[in-house]
Structure formats: C-alpha cells, structure tokens
Design a protein around this ligand. Structure first.
Ligand SMILES: *[C@@H]1O[C@H](CO)[C@@H](O)[C@H](O)[C@H]1NC(C)=O
Ligand SMILES: *[C@@H]1O[C@H](CO)[C@@H](O)[C@H](O)[C@H]1NC(C)=O
Ligand SMILES: *[C@@H]1O[C@H](CO)[C@@H](O)[C@H](O)[C@H]1NC(C)=O
Ligand SMILES: *[C@@H]1O[C@H](CO)[C@@H](O)[C@H](O)[C@H]1NC(C)=O
Ligand SMILES: *[C@@H]1O[C@H](CO)[C@@H](O)[C@H](O)[C@H]1NC(C)=O
Ligand SMILES: *[C@@H]1O[C@H](CO)[C@@H](O)[C@H](O)[C@H]1NC(C)=O
Ligand SMILES: *[C@@H]1O[C@H](CO)[C@@H](O)[C@H](O)[C@H]1NC(C)=O
Length: 920
C-alpha cells in the first residue's frame, strides 16, 4: 500500500500538471524524458526496420500527444521512443509508454494521452528488439495480446500493462526465453479481464526477474505457485487481484531464493494465513497480502523473514497480537495491519516490533484493528515515523504532547478513538512536514490561540466533532493547500467568513455539515474548484449559489435555503444533488436534463411546484420508426439520463406522471409522493424503467386504473432481492443498489444511504451506524390517490415485491386471488371499495388493518362473516411499520475522501466490519 499511496500522490501531481499544461507542452516534457541523446550511427537506421516502424505508425489511428510527430525522415534511430544499438544499428528499444496513465482507462486525462489503434505485426521485423514498452496506451482493442508477441525472441523487457487487452494471454509468451521483465498487469477495473487458465508457459522464462500479472484472471489455475517456483531468478512477483483461490502451504523444493517482493493482494484465498509457501521465502523484503480473506493468528514464521522491510496484511481476518518473534527483523520499516482483529494493547504491539528497527520505522497503519490502550507514549519510540494511522480503535487517554517530536510525520490519523483532553499548539510544534491529519470522532478538543501559525501546510484535515468552534478557526486561513477539509459537527456557530471561500478555492472536498452555520452562502462560487461540497444540517438561508463546473456532489440538505434552483447551470460532472428539507421554491429547471452524469437527485421536503421538464422526450418520440435502426439507437442512448435515484416527495409538484422518466432507464428508486401529480399512471413504467426497485406515488391525485404493465415490474432477475431485504446485506450488494455507487473513474466511491440525522455522519468511509429499520426493499406504494377499477390479477406475479400499498384509493371489485402469492412483508389494501371475499389465506399481525375501510369485504379475520367461512392458514404477512418506513430520509453518504486509495480500501473493509459487528 505504500506503493499505492505513492501512486496516488503521483496522480495528484500529474493531475495538477495536466491542468496547468496544455497537451502539446506535456508531450514535449514526456519526450525529453525517454528519448535519449545517445543515438549515433551516423544518421542511419536499417531500412527494413524503418519500414517496420512506419507500418507500426500506420496502425496508430490517434496520437493526441503527438508522440510520433518525430517519426518521419530516414533516421529512425532518432525517432521518439526508438533506440538503436550503437554497434549494429539495429533497433533494440521501442518505448512508447504513456507516462500519464492514471490507473483507469476511461478518464479524460488518459484519453488525452493514449495512443489508439492497433499493434502492427510489422514489429516482427525488429529482430533485435530487446525492450518493448507500449504500456498505458489504448492499443489493445479489447482483443487478446497478439500471439506474434511470442515471436519477438530477442526481448528481455516486455511491458504491455494497462492496455485494453482482453481474453486469453497467449501462452506463446513462453517462447520469449530471454525475458527478464514481463509486465501485463492492469490497474483499471473498467477493462475486460485478460485471463490465463494455465500458467505453465511461464516455466520456460527462466531468466525472468520481474513478473507482474496483476488483474489478469488466474482463477482457473491451481498450480500457479509451482509455475512461479520454476523461476529461480524471480525477484518481483505481482499477482494482485487475479482471482486466485488456491495457494499451497509449503514448497518442498523451493527455488525462489532471490524473491524479494510478493504482491498477492485482493485474492480471495479464504484460508488461514499460515502455513503458506511465502513464509519459507526468507529472502522477502516486501510481502503484500492485504484483502485476501486470510484468517487465523499471525504466524511465528513471520520472524523468519529477517530481511523484511514492508509487511502489508491489512484487511484480512487475522486475529490476535503480532508474534513475539520479530526481534530480528531489523530492516522493518513499513507495517500495514489495519482492519484485522489484533486486539490487545498498543504498548504490547509496539514492544513486539523489533526494537532494532524502531529508529528507522516509517509507516505504521493499524486502523480498525481493535486495539486498546490508554497511552500513546510507546509510539514515541518510533522516532522516524512518517505515517501513523491508528484510527478507529479503542484507544483512550490523552494524546501526549511529545507527539510533536515525531518531526517526520506526514500523516497522523488518530480519529475514531475515545481520546480525551486537549490538542494544543504544542502537539504540532515539530510537525513541519505534516500533510494529513485525522482527529475526528474523538473527544478531543482542539484549542489553539486565535493567532496560531501552524508549522505545517496541510493537504487533508479531518476534524469532525473536534470542538473547533464557535468560529471557523483563523489558522485554517493559513492552510490554503488543503484539498480536503472536513469540519463537520465541530461546533461552528455563525457565518462562514468570506476568506473561507477564497482560501479554499482550490480545495476539492469541503464538508461543514452538522454545524450551526447561519447566513447566506456567497451568491457565486463559480470560481472554486470544489467537487464535493457538503453543508448539510446547518441554518443556511438564501439561495443555492452558482456552482463551479467541477462540482460533482452537492449536499445542502436540511438548511433553510429559499429561492429558486439555479436554472442555467452547466455541470458536466455532477453526480448528486441533495437539497432535501429546505424551503426552495419555484420549478425544477430544465437544466436537470443537461446533467449527463447525474445519478442522485433528492429535492424532497421543499416548496417546489409546477411540472417536471420534459427533457426533450417529445423530440425522441417524433423520431420516425422509418429512420435507421442505428441512428435511432444512438439517438436514444444519447438521450438517456443516468438518474438512478429520484426523490421529490413532499413538494407541490404537479402535472402528469413525469414523462422525462422515459429517458431514465437506470432509475431504481422513484419517490413522487406527497405532491399534486395527477392524471393516469403510465403504462411504460416496466418497459422504460426496468430497474425500478421502489415506486412511491403516495398522496397524489393520480386517477384511472392501475395499468396492468405495472405488474411487470421486478420481473427481471437483475436484483438480488433477498439481499435487499436486510440492511447489512444490502450494504454489501454492490450491484444495482441505488444507494451504493462505486464510481470506477478512480476518484471516488460514494454510498447513498437510508439513514436519519444522527446516523448519516460519515467520514473516511465509516458510516457510523444504520438504523435498524432503514430497510431497503422492493416496494410499490400507490396509496392515497384516486385510483379506480380493479386490482389487476397479475399483481400476484410480482414475486419480488416486498411492500405493496394500495390503500386509500377507490379500487373496487374482488381482491385478486393471486395476491396471496406475494412474498410481501407488507400489504395494505385498506380504505378502498373492495368487495367480495377477502383472502382468508392471508394472515397479518393485525390482519384486519390490511382490509379495513372496505365495507364490501367479509370473512376472517374481519368481523363480518361471509357465508360458509372456512378459516385457513396461509403465508404470514406482517403489516408494515408504516410510520417508521415513511419517515426515512434519503441521505447522501459521502463515502470517502478524494485521492487517497487507502481510504477507499478502508471503505471496503469497513463493510466487512460492519457486518461482523452487526451480527454480534
Ligand atoms: C521459522 O520459524 C519457526 C517458528 O518461529 C521455526 O520453528 C522454524 O524453524 C523457522 N524456520 C526457519 C527455516 O528458520
Ligand atoms: C477485541 O479485542 C478484545 C481483546 O482485547 C476481544 O476480547 C474482543 O472480542 C475483540 N473484539 C472483537 C469484535 O472481536
Ligand atoms: C530489544 O529487545 C530485546 C528483546 O527482543 C531486548 O532483549 C533488548 O533489551 C531490547 N533493547 C532495548 C534497547 O530495548
Ligand atoms: C518506549 O516504549 C516503552 C513502552 O513500550 C516506554 O516505557 C518508553 O518510555 C518508550 N521510550 C521512549 C523513549 O519513549
Ligand atoms: C469514552 O471515554 C469516556 C470517558 O472519557 C467514557 O465515559 C466513555 O464510556 C468511553 N466510551 C467508550 C465507547 O469507550
Ligand atoms: C414536508 O416539507 C416541509 C417543508 O420542508 C416540512 O416542514 C414538513 O415537515 C415535511 N413533511 C413531511 C411529512 O415530511
Ligand atoms: C434493429 O436492431 C435490432 C437489434 O438491436 C436487430 O435485431 C434488428 O434486426 C435491427 N433492424 C433493422 C431493420 O436493422
């Protein structure tokens, strides 16, 4: 994870670069790095090789950074990325790596830089090519790595990582017997998997020193360890996220005598952590096995790895204290053990770290590890510490003033513990390098003088619940480099000072939620760079400000904003708008149709009125069926909106059922209840919103029949409905859960949750708690409308439906018999004009309430008997705790903070913890 952090930092820097340099300039900068000036051979390159390179160039269809602009003229040895042998003149090196690759393919930044096209087989003419690096370019075409790569037999270095290859890795690569370096890994979760079901071809690569196949699907291989064991020169092995499930306890003949780095992270081994073959590899300097579902205690054999410098075993199910055998690990500098169940006292733990390494120890990460203790004094022994993360444990007592003597600290995370006392200037006195601090959710008070000048220049500060108030502290004004600032629930009272917005105009993430902030926001915040702005639960008045184009998530819910929504607001990256419980007036502007990425819109509990915009749906309709299939599909796609969750209840919205929803094929949660919508229910709900999970239209003026098409909802097996019926499991349902978004663009991971006030506070991905009754279930609520006619018989086929409420309408006729097929936990048909025999096969906690107010009904459990009653036992139907369910608010839960992958990581593992804890 050290590496990941480094990568993330690099990414930040690169992003900055990207923003500050125009693409051509970048290209120049890039080319000066790798095209050396050592080329000679007298302006000549071998003609056949030049032709081969020209053919290669012809396969490139797009070169936005103009990497190949120098690829003309005779002397191919002077071309960008090409190097020839000084002796023979042959091309020996082709290096066109996209140095700007940022983990994920489909980011704008990558698109700006990658080469697109196809890799020409003409490369085969480069008989002397030793070094080939095309990494990070879009040259894979979602096709397998070409087999001809296996014929480039002079290669010693082959890097085809992060290209969009898919399919089988050609075993022909096994012919490259001179290979020393092979990298075909992928960082991007967006790309199709490449796979290899048999890696025995590796055995012939006996010179191989560096092998990275991370994110190549190897789940079908069982003997991969033996294949690796045939590589006696292997130093670096990267098999992260390969779907590996099998490992072996030990290698009888173990040849991996020079192996120094092993990364097996994110493979679902589901075994005890020991025995395991790598504990015998005493040459290891770095062992990376986080998130592998490893269990059991730490093995004593860890003490055999005397060369170990980095140990990452985070996010497993390891239980118990680290072993007492570590005293010979004098090179140990980095330990990540977060999110395991270490238990025990911090003093004990530090004492077990080899004392010969104390002075050189750099990273100590023990977040969420069930560690207790009343003092942090022992940590002061680790005098070189730069990263300390002991957040989310059971530590108590005060934070020693001497923490300020750990002058190399760059990251100090001690939040979510039960510390008490005061943090003062002194605690920070020597921390000149500090970049990131987390003191949130402790009982610590940060008390500094109003004229304090901090010695550091922070990038991230998480200070939730730190009693900073009553005013936004002045020292923050001296921290203009902050990219993430969280000062929620910090006791802030009064207005946000004007300097705040200018000082943090470059910040990406600002969270001042749950304070008592009053006054109006500046009318115009367009000058800012904020992507996430969270001001929920304050006393802000005035209108929604003008926001910058960069905005992705805006939450100003639970304030007293009034005025209208901004109407002309270009927000190409906007993902979520959460403005519920304000006093916003006016209409919902057309601009929502122009937000291409918007997924979550919650404007409930406001005073909005009027109809919803049509979003050009009429134009779409006019497109004649005669027009070609292709363009029609394309048009329809370009017209589709991404909205998944739309919550507009409790306003005064009117008009017919919003027709623009036809464009929202991804819609899962729709709540239009408590408005003035009228007219007929649409017949296209099931067709145009096939993913709908919750449909709430309660308390409107809808009339007419219940369209039979409604009964086709939930028919698609898209949802794991069972999983959606309990909170904890629902959190784990990463697919198709409208309240969970994992944005794969590498920047963020967001959870949308059901929660009430006290529970929606989230920082660093730790959702504090979920209310027990915040169940997310499939639901149709059409109650309190003016619906007439019969209940369609087919409603009984909605097998996945958990909640059906048709109460308080004018429905008449018999209750369809099939309704007893429903797995419903809740059924309400009360206050209608239903008649005939009620379903005596149903039983509920309060069975009569299901039917109450339908004077025509008779039979058990109703007091009115039908002729010839014969009570039967049937499926149990519990009556909904309607109030509890009604009152929930959808609250946007901000999952984690930007740019820090380790925190994404903790989100994932937090879920695991939550599950564990919630089952206790
Ligand atoms: C490794 O450690 C274990 C337990 O500490 C010990 O029994 C074993 O002999 C050690 N193996 C080697 C090769 O040192
Ligand atoms: C945390 O560690 C203690 C021992 O210090 C143990 O008793 C407790 O069960 C652990 N908690 C969990 C949730 O496992
Ligand atoms: C270091 O630890 C060893 C035992 O692991 C102990 O014998 C020795 O006294 C310790 N040295 C110091 C300076 O604490
Ligand atoms: C080192 O840690 C021990 C407790 O493990 C503590 O008693 C001692 O004071 C620490 N040394 C220093 C210099 O802080
Ligand atoms: C935290 O510490 C306070 C006293 O400082 C104590 O009253 C409280 O119970 C502790 N909370 C937890 C969760 O340990
Ligand atoms: C409806 O919204 C108004 C205005 O925000 C609010 O005062 C009221 O409590 C809400 N009603 C319900 C039932 O949530
Ligand atoms: C229209 O597209 C569908 C699939 O999208 C295809 O099955 C059908 O043949 C196409 N019709 C015409 C006329 O091209």
């Amino acid at each position: 994870m050290a590496l990941q952090t480094a990568v993330m930092w690099t990414r930040c820097l690169l992003l900055l670069l990207l923003f500050s340099l125009s693409p051509p300039t970048v290209a120049v900068a890039a080319s000066s790095v790798s095209s050396g000036a050592e080329v000679l051979v007298n302006g000549s390159c071998i003609a056949a090789e030049r032709d081969a390179l020209f053919s290669f160039k012809a396969g490139i269809t797009s070169d936005p950074s103009r990497l190949l602009r120098s690829w003309r003229g005779q002397d191919c040895c002077r071309w960008y990325g090409v190097r020839c042998s000084t002796k023979t003149g042959h091309v020996v090196k082709l290096d066109l790596r996209n140095g700007f690759f940022l983990d994920d393919f489909y980011t704008v930044d990558n698109a700006v830089h990658w080469l697109r096209g196809q890799i020409s087989a003409s490369l085969l003419s480069l008989l002397h090519l030793e070094h080939l690096d095309l990494s990070g370019n879009f040259l894979g075409g979602n096709m397998p790595i070409p087999k001809f790569m296996g014929s480039l037999q002079s290669l010693t270095y082959l890097n085809l990582s992060n290209m969009n290859f898919s399919g089988r890795v050609p075993p022909q690569l096994g012919n490259l017997t001179k290979l020393v370096y092979l990298d075909i890994h992928n960082d991007s979760p967006d790309t199709a998997y490449t796979y290899s079901s048999d890696v025995s071809w590796l055995a012939s690569l006996y010179s191989l020193e560096h092998l990275d196949m991370s994110r190549v699907n190897l789940s079908a291989t069982t003997d991969w360890v033996y294949s690796m064991n045939t590589l006696p020169n292997l130093r670096v092995l990267g098999l992260s996220t390969c779907g590996l499930i099998s490992s072996i306890p030990s290698l009888i003949h173990h040849n991996l005598t020079v192996l120094e780095e092993v990364d097996l992270s994110n493979n679902p081994f589901r075994t005890p952590v020991a025995p395991n073959w790598y504990w015998d590899v005493t040459s290891l300097k770095s062992l990376t096995i986080p998130n592998c579902e490893l269990s059991g205690p730490f093995p004593d054999e860890l003490g055999n790895l005397t060369k170990l410098e980095t140990l990452d075993m985070g996010s497993n199910n390891i239980e118990g204290m680290v072993p007492s055998t570590l005293n010979k690990l004098c090179g140990l500098q980095v330990i990540y053990l977060s999110y395991n169940n270490i238990g025990g006292d911090i003093i004990d733990l530090i004492e077990r770290l080899p004392n010969c390494s104390w002075c050189s120890f750099q990273h100590l990460e023990l977040a969420g590890a069930n560690i207790s203790g009343t003092t942090l004094k022992s940590i002061l022994n680790l005098t070189s510490l730069s990263i300390l993360d002991i957040s989310d444990n059971y530590l108590r007592g005060s934070v020693p003033l001497e923490i300020g003597t750990l002058h190399k600290l760059t990251k100090l995370y001690i939040g979510s513990n039960n510390f008490s006392g005061v943090i003062s200037e002194g605690h920070f006195s020597g921390l000149t390098d500090l970049k990131a601090v987390d003191l949130s959710y402790t009982n610590l008070r940060v008390m500094v003088h109003s004229d304090w000048e901090p010695p550091f220049n922070l990038d991230r500060a998480y200070l939730s619940s730190c009693h900073l108030g009553p005013q936004v502290p002045d020292w923050l004004r001296l921290q203009p480099s902050l990219s993430s600032l969280v000062i929620s629930d910090a006791g802030l009272i009064g207005r946000i000072p004007d300097w705040f917005w200018t000082t943090f105009s470059n910040a990406a993430y600002l969270d001042l939620s749950y304070n008592q902030i009053t006054g109006e926001l500046p009318h115009n915040l367009e000058f800012m760079a904020v992507t996430w702005l969270n001001l929920q639960s304050n006393y802000l008045t005035g209108s929604v400000p003008l926001l910058p184009r960069s905005i992705q998530i805006l939450d100003i819910s639970k304030n007293s904003l009034n005025g209208q929504l901004p109407s002309k607001f270009k927000a190409p990256y906007l993902l979520a708008i959460v403005l519920f419980s304000n006093s916003l007036t006016g209409i919902i502007p057309d601009s929502i149709c122009q937000w291409p990425q918007l997924q979550f819109l919650d404007l409930s509990n406001n005073l909005l009125m009027g109809g919803l915009p049509n979003c050009g749906i009429e134009d779409l309709k006019q497109l004649k069926p005669s027009s070609t299939n292709f363009s029609r599909v394309r048009f329809a796609n370009s017209y589709s909106l991404e909205i998944r969750t739309l919550v507009l209840n409790n306003n005064s919205l009117s008009g017919g059922f919003p027709i623009f929803l036809k464009r929202c094929q991804n819609l899962m949660f729709l709540d239009l209840s408590q408005n003035k919508f009228s007219g007929k229910l649409p017949t296209w709900v099931s067709e145009d919103m096939p993913n709908l999970v919750v449909l709430r239209l309660r308390s409107n003026i809808f009339s007419g029949h219940i369209p039979i098409e409604t009964t086709r909802l939930f028919s698609l097996p898209l949802l794991n409905l069972k999983a959606l019926t309990t909170t904890s499991v629902a959190l784990d349902t990463t697919v198709n859960n409208p309240f969970l978004e994992v944005y794969q663009f590498g920047y963020m991971n967001i959870r949308f949750g059901l929660s009430n006030d006290s529970l929606s506070l989230v920082t660093k991905g730790q959702v504090l708690d979920y209310r027990e009754n915040a169940k997310l279930f499939t639901s149709i609520d059409l109650s309190c409308n003016r619906l007439t006619g019969q209940i369609p018989e087919e409603i009984g086929s909605l097998l996945g439906l958990i909640n059906l409420n048709l109460s308080s309408n004018y429905l008449s006729g018999n209750i369809p018999y099939k309704i007893s097929n429903l797995q419903s936990e809740s059924l309400d048909l009360s206050n209608n004009q239903l008649s005939g025999r009620q379903l005596d096969t149903l039983q509920a906690d309060d069975p009569t309430s299901v039917y109450i107010g339908n004077p025509g009904l008779c039979g058990h459990p109703l007091p009115k008997a039908c002729p010839g009653d014969q009570p039967l036992q049937g499926p149990i139907i519990r009556h909904e705790d309607d109030k509890a369910q009604m009152e929930f608010h959808l609250t946007l839960i901000l999952g984690f903070l930007l740019y820090d992958k380790m925190e994404i990581f903790s989100v994932v593992t937090w879920q695991k913890w939550f599950k564990k804890r919630s089952t206790n």
